[in-house]
Design a binder for this molecule. Structure first.
Ligand SMILES: *[C@@H]1O[C@H](CO)[C@@H](O)[C@H](O)[C@H]1NC(C)=O
Ligand SMILES: *[C@@H]1O[C@H](CO)[C@@H](O)[C@H](O)[C@H]1NC(C)=O
Ligand SMILES: *[C@@H]1O[C@H](CO)[C@@H](O)[C@H](O)[C@H]1NC(C)=O
Ligand SMILES: *[C@@H]1O[C@H](CO)[C@@H](O)[C@H](O)[C@H]1NC(C)=O
Ligand SMILES: *[C@@H]1O[C@H](CO)[C@@H](O)[C@H](O)[C@H]1NC(C)=O
Length: 743
């Protein structure tokens, strides 16, 4: 296995750091591996377990050693096991014909309500999907996360009917968790410890109970019951609720403690059980280094829709994770709510930043004018020795790339330094204010984010006066159609995927910035693709309640083809980043989620689940020698998107659509070619009636020039009356087999 750089020089990447951790083990020391054997062969689960032990014994030498090294058996949704192995043993196992892959178990991390109203699913509108789907009643949403806080009001089961009879899960008791913690809302709860060390487990509840808070937040966002009067210290106040407030919740705690650590082994064990238990939707707000998605594939092939976070390493390109073609990969967008925080300068000028800064009623840190100091980078070395007692400090990292790029990390450092020096406030200038959560934990000192030109206005004021002062007021909540929203959030990871370059990823954007949801017994805001993921899972639950016969591919198609690429004023959706720009499919896939439109999508791009193996056999079993090079590129899969990473000559791509609307309908193609590409659709008119429920058409893409190019974007939209069914198209013209910028 390749050794990746172990330096921490770059702030970029927990991914690099994780790779580093799993690259440095010696050959002889045993470590946790996941051995994948494919579908479950016929037989009793106990026989399956016995056959796993027999196989393992052939490399460990004895049955006893095999027993000792086995950590987990997968026997419900798919066949395989997790075991402590030396690298030699792992290599030996990989040689067996029945073994599809042997991969080291890697570390996962968690990626971090107005939003449902913003998406058109308010309680007050009786015609919307929420009501038509009976609030997602009896749909079961499985969450693979950090557990749940069962006492939260969001998980009250008042008024619920009996647990659906098809449910086969269980309530696993443990520390501070007994059978009464499961109810008609939380119908199942399990936890997984495979391969985690004692220290990690000791600092958390050894049970499904959520210490971290992340799993409680995501569960209440997807399926929380309505709770009135929720707020974060008065901010974002209103009714907190999930997208499918009547759906049932099944908890699979696989991520532990504040570090948010899990492993491939724990996550696969959770998926295996979730398949067995009978969940309808799996919501996975976790960051997966590398890609090892056969567990999700088995779930999808068993009819479970798998929804995954795209990751939080945006706005850089090629950062999207969890990008397998069979899952829904979710980007994060903003909503029409902000938290303006007024800063008044000594010359009476008022400027506005954003924060979650609040004051306790009896707070001693009232809003008064205080001396204003310039802190530059606000690094320890810069502030050391300066007297900041009682002052507000402007941190303005002019030209310092790290600070500008990674406000999330550098803000915390600056805050710490200023607190150490006795400061009473921080104004932090950066290119985006998308990650407000940093300002929710300022421990009583006033803190606010401003963008760079606002920062510069403060600098100008400071240089014009000898004793600059400023006053920071607590944040207010501002919800308005006048706010430009949605926008793709800065941190939201971007495509294309480095593993699946021939599909468009992410698939969809959903609200993921400053989302209020449950944590413990209270409510906090969270930002991240972690928060966006349960918005899609909740929407899937509603769609599934309305259309129980739809496959995971059909549900995904409905969501992607109905997504919005413009806001309510018809303005194109923007992507926050460097630079800020009009969003393209590698920012948000089909666009921003539009649940009401997804309920009645018109046409559906469905996929036979066995097709995934045909196209992606190699991706599924990447590490084995027996991996067949797939003969067909992934863009021939019937996905509701097309991405051709190597367009060298004319190609013809076929798609099949199923009519899911009125029986008699005529659709006309409207084409927006990617610049530089000639695009034709044949036939360009599709006539559906009682006998013709499906149509296959060809999309012909021809490069207009010979050049070593880059991606350009277009779309294909089928129109029938008011109905539109759009898919994004991406194409990169190439002449050579390398993609680096050669200009
Ligand atoms: C479960 O725990 C709660 C509180 O911790 C306790 O009140 C209750 O009696 C327990 N229930 C059972 C069945 O043990
Ligand atoms: C404010 O009140 C809370 C609880 O009422 C108390 O814990 C806290 O110490 C008080 N803070 C100040 C600054 O008096
Ligand atoms: C801060 O200043 C003190 C005293 O001048 C010095 O001992 C210490 O090393 C400095 N720390 C840093 C990080 O520069
Ligand atoms: C690989 O290709 C060979 C020859 O085309 C075929 O016989 C075999 O079944 C394929 N294996 C898999 C796993 O698809
Ligand atoms: C559906 O349309 C096809 C082609 O126009 C036609 O041959 C067929 O008879 C139609 N079926 C019905 C039930 O109208």
């Amino acid at each position: 296995m390749g050794l990746h750089s172990c330096s921490r020089g770059s702030v970029v990447s927990a991914l690099a750091i994780l790779f580093c951790l799993w690259g440095v083990n010696g050959r002889s020391r045993p470590r946790l591996y996941v051995v994948y054997l494919g579908d479950v062969k016929h037989g009793h689960p106990d026989d399956v377990t016995a056959s796993h032990h027999d196989l393992l014994a052939t490399v460990t030498g004895s049955k006893e050693d095999s027993m000792a090294s086995m950590v987990h058996n997968y026997k419900h949704g798919f066949s395989g096991f997790a075991a402590m192995l030396t690298e030699d043993q792992a290599e030996q196992l990989a040689e067996f014909p029945e073994v599809i892959s042997v991969e080291p178990s890697r570390t996962y991390t968690t990626a971090t309500t107005r939003s449902w109203d913003f998406l058109g699913l308010s309680y007050e509108m009786p015609s919307n999907l929420l009501h038509k789907a009976r609030y997602g009643e009896d749909i079961i949403i499985g969450l693979i996360d950090t557990g749940i806080w069962p006492e939260s009001r969001s998980f009250s089961d008042e008024g619920y009917g009996p647990v659906p009879s098809r449910w086969r899960g269980l309530c696993q008791v443990g520390q501070d968790w007994n059978l009464s913690n499961c109810n008609r809302k939380i119908i199942g709860a399990r936890f997984y410890t495979a391969g985690l060390d004692e220290e990690v487990l000791k600092s958390d509840y050894l049970s499904p109970r959520d210490m971290y808070g992340h799993g409680t937040h995501t569960a209440s966002t997807a399926a929380g019951s309505a709770v009135e009067g929720a707020s974060f210290y008065g901010l974002a106040s209103g009714t907190a609720r999930g997208g499918a407030p009547r759906a049932r919740i099944a908890v699979y705690k696989s991520i532990w403690t504040t570090a948010g650590t899990g492993t491939t082994a724990t996550v696969l064990a959770a998926i295996d059980d979730a398949i067995h238990d009978g969940v309808d939707v799996l919501s996975m707000s976790i960051d997966q280094p590398g890609d090892n998605s056969f567990g999700a594939l088995h779930a999808v092939q068993k009819g479970i829709t798998v929804v995954y976070a795209a990751g939080n390493f945006g706005p850089r390109p090629q950062t999207v994770v969890n990008a397998a073609p069979w899952v829904i990969t979710v980007a994060a967008s903003t909503i029409d709510r902000s938290f303006p925080t007024v800063i008044t300068l000594g010359n009476k000028q008022q400027i506005v930043g954003q924060s979650l800064y609040y004051q306790e009623k009896n707070s001693s840190s009232r809003s008064i004018f205080r001396n204003l100091a310039f802190g530059g980078l606000c690094g320890e070395d810069v502030l050391n020795g300066t007297d900041l007692a009682g002052k507000i400090v402007l941190c303005f990292p002019q030209g310092a790339v790290e600070q500008v790029l990674m406000p999330l990390f550098t803000f915390q450092e600056a805050l710490q330094n200023i607190q150490n020096a006795g400061g009473s406030g921080i104004i932090y200038a950066q290119y985006t204010t998308d990650t407000l959560e940093v300002t929710a934990t300022c421990n009583g000192i006033a803190c606010v984010l401003v963008d760079l030109d606002t920062g510069n206005k403060i600098v100008e004021y400071m240089s014009a006066t000898s004793s600059p002062v400023a006053k920071i007021e607590p944040a207010r909540t501002f919800t308005s159609k006048e706010l430009l929203a949605p926008k793709v959030a800065a941190f939201s990871a971007r495509g294309p995927s480095i593993y699946y370059a021939d599909v468009i990823k992410p698939d969809i954007a959903a609200p993921g910035a400053s989302i209020l949801a449950a944590k413990g017994n209270s409510y906090v805001t969270g930002s991240g693709t972690s928060m966006a993921t349960p918005h899609v899972a909740g929407t899937v639950a509603l769609l599934k309640a309305l259309h129980p016969e739809w496959s995971p591919a059909a549900l995904k198609s409905a969501i992607i083809t109905s997504a919005s690429v413009t806001d309510e004023h018809g303005m194109p959706i923007l992507a926050e980043g460097l630079p800020r720009k009009v969003a393209d499919p590698f920012d948000y896939g089909g666009g921003n989620i539009n649940p009401n439109k997804a309920a009645d999508p018109g046409l559906i791009y469905d996929i036979d689940p066995s097709d995934y193996n045909k196209y992606y056999g190699c991706a599924i079993s990447r590490t084995t020698v027996r991996c067949n090079r797939t003969s067909l590129p992934g863009y021939h899969l019937n996905l509701p998107s097309i991405s051709v990473p190597d367009l060298r000559h004319s190609i013809s791509i076929s798609r099949t659509v199923t009519n899911a609307g009125e029986v008699d309908a005529v659709y006309h193609a409207v084409i927006q070619s990617p610049p530089g590409v000639k695009m034709d659709v044949e036939p360009s008119v599709l006539v559906f009636n009682a006998t013709n429920k499906f149509h296959t058409f060809q999309v012909k893409l021809s490069p207009m020039w010979k050049l070593q190019g880059d991606y350009t974007f277009g779309s294909l939209t089928w129109h029938s009356g008011q109905k539109t069914v759009g898919i994004p198209i991406a194409a990169r013209m190439t002449m050579y087999d390398f993609y680096a910028d050669v200009a």
